[in-house]
Design a protein around this ligand. Structure first.
Ligand code: ASP
Ligand code: MG
Length: 624
């Protein structure tokens, strides 16, 4: 028998009628022959009200007591849900996180799950009851109540599904919310956006940064780690939503499946940094130390013994970031420039790994709209560009939450224009296999239900230990790439597009791209191509660069190695960059280019150090 975990968010249980409707969904799923677990959030805006209540009493409530308070929200909704299921004539039993044995670490208000007991849950399911579980909460080893951070019920749902799966059940997870599913982009900004039938975990993770994030990134990382199929769907309609699953070959039939806009970021550029091992580590270790997550990182080749690094942080963290970096910058004799308000526009798709010209198409669409790119980075399945907005930054003391980010998106005039332009350029409004549509008859692959022996179940549960630990799933080394760099490219709309058009017309597959504005009005653009294509790429680039500005310098480097750390938790764990750069610095290996996305972090180093660097990273991330 299959287990269905249904998660209902606060808006889906906001009224008694909605609770009854959700209860009916659970009963229907059971009637279809499934065993059902329901995970619920606090009713409506309860968590917000509880926080407001505490703040009226104290400006600085202790985190332990906040968890005691916030956990009550979900306790109300599980009781109500169980009452509703009984009222509709089925059996239900509710559990708080602690009762069920959802054990977390002791970081109050942002606890991480360490293990989940499934004995009680299985007992309830085997007895024919619907198990109702409180989202967002757990218990630490001292028996103190903890919560998982705002939006944490998604994580509870996926973690419970993973635990049940490891206990040998066939499982899927349905996330009921107030949207119909995942769209090609935010439909509030681009009206032509369409709902996507199926998307891969990685594509969803890369899209999640778009702010209208339908699910908590952490829960998607989790689903990927344990391969739990998810469906995101509307709580009030019977319309089928979006499956979020492992990557399938047909997803690669189109290069791009979605576009995303992230607002509220700020850009920091450090110039005239000494180009030697350990410098990037010093910068990112300092930021990780004060818990400032860094999003895009672009470091270029550098010339004359100097390098520059550009990166983005959330606008709300900008002050903390610059204060932390001030002394480091002074010590290194570097300079720091800040761009207060930037928007990030990205295109995402599993298919872009193997198709030439994706970057060129994106840059051309932006150039046609007169939009200048301040920075470019690429991931395995994502290309992001940074655009400067000319509106003043938002007031960070405003209300937090989705509403605010939507308001800010409204003010991100250039970002919105850019998003619309790329959505059009890739024809994302037209449903095709791989971009919106799944092949007919598609069903996500699930495990066959082999219920293991009791002893094996013990090991399965043990495997959950540390389930939220950082998961770097692999380190990849590529030694068959070469690099082309253009120095002093005038910083004006259209130039990158012209360059990549010349390269793409030669049928050359561009892999990593990093562009950073270095001197005022000048950009430095680097990209990697297969080594066999270097001579041709160089020739084409030289010709086109000369036609743009005879003062551009074009340099090729065949002796590079590209190292990628791939995995989940790159964004929610500030420390990945620190560990990676630290491991390389410890070996005295210099990094000449850095590039990031949500699910990968790439660096370019000298090829002579390739094997040594690979070994150092495997050791640092404990990969065999
Ligand atoms: N009730 C918690 C919150 O509002 C958890 C959740 O809704 O996922 O953040
Ligand atoms: Mg909520």
């Amino acid at each position: 028998m299959a287990v269905v975990v249904q998660k209902f968010g606060g808006s889906s249980v906001a009224t008694p009628q909605k609770i009854l409707a959700a209860a009916q969904r659970a009963i229907d799923a059971q009637a279809e022959g499934n065993q059902v677990v329901v995970v619920v959030s606090a009713i409506g805006k309860t968590t917000d009200s509880l926080i407001a209540l505490a703040e009226e009493i104290s400006r600085n409530p202790p985190a332990r007591e906040m968890d005691m308070l916030l956990a009550t929200g979900e306790q109300v909704s599980i009781a109500c849900m169980a009452i509703a299921i009984h009222a509709l004539g089925a059996k239900a039993i509710s559990f708080t996180g602690p009762q069920l044995g959802i054990v977390t670490d002791s970081s109050h208000l942002k606890a991480r799950i360490k293990s989940i007991e499934t004995a009680k849950l299985r007992e309830a399911l085997e007895a024919g009851s619907i198990a109702v579980v409180a989202g967002f909460q757990g218990i630490d080893e001292k028996y103190d109540i903890t919560t998982l951070g705002r939006g944490g019920s998604d994580t509870t749902a996926v973690a419970v599904a993973a635990a049940i799966k490891l206990a040998g059940y066939d499982v899927r997870c349905e996330i009921y919310t107030d949207v119909n599913g995942v769209y090609t982009t935010d439909p509030r900004i681009v009206r032509k956006a369409i709902k996507v039938d199926v998307i891969s975990y990685d594509e969803m993770l890369e899209m999640a940064s778009m702010g209208a994030g339908v699910m908590h990134s952490r829960s998607i990382e989790f689903a990927k780690k344990f391969n739990v199929p998810l469906m995101v769907r509307h709580a009030a309609t019977s319309e089928v939503g979006t499956w979020v699953v492992g990557e399938e070959a047909w997803m690669r039939e189109v290069p791009v499946c979605g576009a995303a806009l992230a607002v509220n970021e700020a850009r920091i550029v450090l110039d005239a940094l000494p180009d030697r091992p350990g410098v990037s580590r010093a910068v990112f270790a300092a930021l990780a130390h004060v818990n400032v997550p860094v999003d895009m990182i672009a470091q270029n080749v550098g010339s004359g013994g100097k390098a520059s690094i550009g990166f983005t942080v959330m606008h709300a963290d900008l002050k903390k970031a610059t204060e932390t970096l001030d002394p480091i910058v002074a010590e290194l004799g570097a300079t720091m420039t800040v761009t207060e308000r930037v928007s990030k526009v990205s295109v995402v798709g599993a298919g872009m790994r193997h198709v030439a010209g994706v970057a060129e198409k994106m840059f051309a669409a932006l150039a046609a709209n007169g939009i200048n790119m301040k920075m470019i980075t690429t991931g395995d399945i994502k290309i992001s560009v940074l655009i400067e907005e000319d509106v003043p930054p938002p007031d960070d003391d405003d209300d937090a939450g989705t509403k605010k980010s939507h308001l800010d998106a409204k003010r991100a005039v250039r970002g919105r224009l850019a998003l619309e332009a790329v959505h059009d350029a890739f024809g994302l409004h037209m449903p095709r296999t791989g971009a919106g549509v799944a092949p007919s008859g598609y069903r996500p692959r699930t495990l066959s239900a082999v219920v293991p022996e009791a002893r094996e179940r013990e090991t399965a549960v043990a495997k959950l230990d540390g389930m939220e630990d950082i998961l770097v799933s692999g380190v990849h080394l590529s030694t068959d790439q070469s690099r082309v760099t253009i120095f002093d490219l005038p910083d004006r709309p259209g130039h990158c597009s012209t360059v990549f058009n010349a390269v793409a017309t030669g049928g050359i597959l561009v892999d990593m791209i990093v562009q950073n504005i270095t001197a005022p009005g000048k950009a430095e653009l680097s990209f990697t191509v297969p080594r066999g294509d270097l001579a041709r790429a160089l020739k084409r680039t030289q010709d086109v660069a000369r036609s743009i500005d005879p003062n551009c310098r074009v340099v090729g480097d065949a002796d590079i190695a590209v190292l990628f750390v791939l995995g989940v938790g790159m964004r929610s764990h500030t420390g990945v960059a620190r560990t990676m750069f630290g491991a390389l610095a410890a070996k005295g290996i210099n990094i000449s280019m850095i590039n990031t996305s949500e699910v990968c972090l790439g660096v370019v180093i000298e090829r002579t150090h390739a094997e040594e660097a690979l070994a150092a990273l495997k050791e640092a991330f404990k990969l065999s």
